[in-house]
Design a protein around this ligand. Structure first.
Ligand code: AMP
Length: 280
């Protein structure tokens, strides 16, 4: 099926108004393009939960710092549209920049809680302001019933869930398990930056936090498990931003026995920053 490609809010609303008039339920899957099977899994899950699925493609300048990779972020609109169509997507919204940031645009939301957990926010201070601004706009512009987000970006999933709840945006935010390469590396649009030897090394991030989770389940204390995991990654040549275990819902440091836990990590290989996380 060929999905309908729309670039303006007016065209988007014409389609969604028709769906609403027909009583259809629809999902949205926000992306920055460079579509891979992690993204198409969001579409597949959307199809299970709704009658129609919209994917959005917008490389959001506001979530990149000046020194980050906005200029070289992979772009392939034609390939993206084909892959999203094959996945069963009904409509693709590729907003013209002025639909997101019209002249004079100056409003953002102030974030707290999981957005201030000292994880991505510590190393990419502009990131969640940018993400939530565009995501809030996409939620409101599409008016979708549910939104699909990957657990790969675990803090983002929690931040967006909290924002929708706190601002009474009537949308159900659904988390989708991380889609991985055969060796365990989380699929990511940025994996193309890895050299061949780095690609080989990269799989260690998932195995290291996986082993840490096993050790915690086996009774090792959290601090020792995290120290061991950090040392392992450093010894393998990673530059580590963080490896930490948090409450799986609030992302606050664990307080008591029995609470749900998540291990989250971010580390660099050369010029590529990798993130990953696993449940304990
Ligand atoms: P991105 O285009 O990388 O900003 O990601 C768009 C959406 O796809 C986000 O909700 C991501 O969490 C999700 N996503 C990216 N990679 C994966 C993956 N490997 N598995 C599951 N979801 C993913």
């Amino acid at each position: 099926m060929k999905p309908k490609l729309v670039r303006t809010l007016a065209a988007l609303c014409r389609e969604t108004a028709r769906w609403r008039a027909e009583g259809l339920r629809y999902a949205v899957a926000p992306t920055m393009g460079a579509i891979h099977s992690g993204h198409t899994e969001l579409v597949a899950e959307g199809l299970k939960r709704a009658d129609r699925v919209i994917a959005t493609i917008f490389i959001n300048p506001m979530q990149f710092a000046a020194h980050e990779d906005l200029g070289k972020y992979p772009r392939d609109e034609e390939g993206d549209v084909r892959k999203l169509g094959q996945a069963g997507c009904h409509m693709i919204y590729v907003p013209n920049p002025e639909e997101i940031y019209p002249e004079g645009f100056c409003t953002t939301v102030t974030l707290g809680g999981p957005a201030k957990a000292g994880l991505e926010d510590k190393f990419r201070p502009q990131f969640f302001d940018g993400v939530t601004t565009v995501v809030a706009k996409l939620f409101i512009q599409t008016g979708a019933d549910c939104a699909m987000f990957g657990e790969k970006d675990y803090q983002q999933l929690k931040v967006v869930t909290r924002m929708a709840k706190d601002l009474d945006i009537p949308i159900e935010v659904v988390g989708i398990p991380t889609v991985r390469e055969e060796d365990g590396l989380a699929k990511s649009s940025r994996n193309v930056y890895l050299s061949k030897p780095e690609r080989q090394q990269a799989l260690a991030i998932h195995s290291t936090i996986g082993h840490a989770a096993e050790r915690i389940r086996g009774g090792l204390d959290l601090q020792s498990a995290m120290t061991l995991a950090t040392r392992t990654l450093l010894a393998l040549g990673f530059r580590v931003d963080y490896v930490t275990v948090r409450n799986a819902e609030t992302l606050a440091p664990p307080q008591h026995r029995g609470e749900p836990l998540r291990i989250l990590a971010a580390a660099w290989l050369g010029k590529t920053r990798l993130i990953d996380n696993v449940g304990v």
